[in-house]
Write a protein that binds this ligand. Structure first.
Ligand code: GCU
Length: 346
């Protein structure tokens, strides 16, 4: 048996579920909670525009309006679009970020404009606050229900609504991505797992309840994450604190739902809280989901990744950055080059 297979066997992972609907239901029921329903259309009010990146981009500030489970809700996005004369249309990234200001340390806006990516930036706290506060989209959630959507579900739902709006503009996008780091990397994965319009899904240092296998994970575990951030998940998830092995799923199920599309995972070597080993092993465990759909999954050697190694051959890409928990320009560059490699047809 190969070294990686032996490591996976030790984790006693649950089998992948090939039925997409069933897999989504498991993740909704046990981890993230139910997905809200969109009623009607998403509309946008343009509140301002400005030039950015020394003329390499244009920003549009837009308030999105729609009905969630029949209730009127709203949140803003900032759509930055390249204005440079490229010989082909841009790709669009829905990017969930930690801060409102643009650019900021996780958002190298000019790098993205100059690489021909349009970016719809969501400042996640404007969707609903990062606490048990029932504001924004969270105002309509009944937390007494076992499958109530956690905030990750609400932020993921918002990512899809930003996509609805951008697609409604009728611009010619040649690829659609969703990107997030840490809690927002968990969110990007959940958004990408559910919304198949995203053909590129990127998770940066998402760790526990994101890209990392939960069984025998080091660093953060279900007990910690549901004690400190109970509102991120459905109430049922907390029942599995210290009972990871009884959960009828593990996080590779989440990753498998991105198949046959592109999945890009970045781990940082010093991010032991997120646990790069468990993130890498999750990638190793999901190839069957891609293979079942006639695609190559994760192409990797029979060992753990070395610092600064990148594996980009299959439709699951992995980069093991040396350094700490962050979304760096180098991570963006890794996500972009993986996507570029698999987008030879424009
Ligand atoms: C905490 C949390 C992590 C999360 C991180 C973040 O460290 O424990 O699960 O990923 O915050 O979002 O920055």
């Amino acid at each position: 048996m190969s070294h990686i297979s032996a490591m996976l066997q030790e984790r006693k992972l649950t089998p992948l579920v090939s039925d997409r609907k069933e897999a989504l239901e498991l993740l909704r029921k046990y981890v993230y909670g139910k997905t809200p329903t969109l009623t009607g259309e998403v509309t946008g009010t343009l509140t301002a525009t400005e030039s950015c990146c020394g003329g390499a981009g244009k920003r549009e500030y837009v308030d999105l309006h729609f009905e969630m489970d029949g209730n009127p809700v709203s949140f803003p996005i900032v759509l930055s679009s390249p204005t440079i004369n490229f010989d082909r249309p841009s790709r669009l990234i829905v990017f969930l970020n930690f801060w409102a200001d643009i650019p900021n340390r996780y958002y190298p806006e000019e790098l993205l404009m100059r690489n021909n990516f349009a970016v719809a930036r969501i400042y996640y706290k404007e969707v609903t606050d990062d606490s048990d506060l029932a504001d924004g989209l969270g105002a309509f959630v009944d937390r007494t229900k076992a499958d109530a959507p956690g905030k990750i579900s609400l932020w993921a739902f918002a990512a899809s609504r930003a996509l609805d709006y951008c697609l409604g503009l009728g611009r010619d996008y040649r690829g659609l991505g969703v990107v997030g780091h840490s809690r927002l990397g968990k969110t990007a994965l959940w958004a990408g797992a559910q919304d198949e319009r995203f053909d590129f899904v990127a998770s940066n240092c998402s760790g526990c309840s994101g890209a990392a296998i939960t069984r025998d994970k080091i660093g953060e575990n279900i007990e910690h994450i549901t004690r400190v951030f109970p509102f991120w998940f459905c109430p049922t998830y907390a029942e599995y604190a210290n009972r990871e092995h009884e959960l009828p799923l593990d996080q590779h199920l989440l990753l498998s739902l991105v198949a046959p599309r592109m999945l890009s995972v970045v781990s940082a070597s010093e991010d032991s809280w997120a646990d790069p080993t468990s993130e890498y092993l999750a990638c190793c465990a999901v190839s069957p989901a891609w293979e079942a759909l006639g695609k190559t999954g994760f192409v990797h050697p029979d060992r753990m990744a070395l610092y600064e190694e990148r594996f980009n051959e299959g439709n699951v890409g992995y980069y093991f950055r040396e350094g700490t928990h962050a979304l760096t320009a180098r991570d963006w560059e890794a996500h972009m080059s993986f996507w570029n490699k698999h987008r030879s047809i424009w």
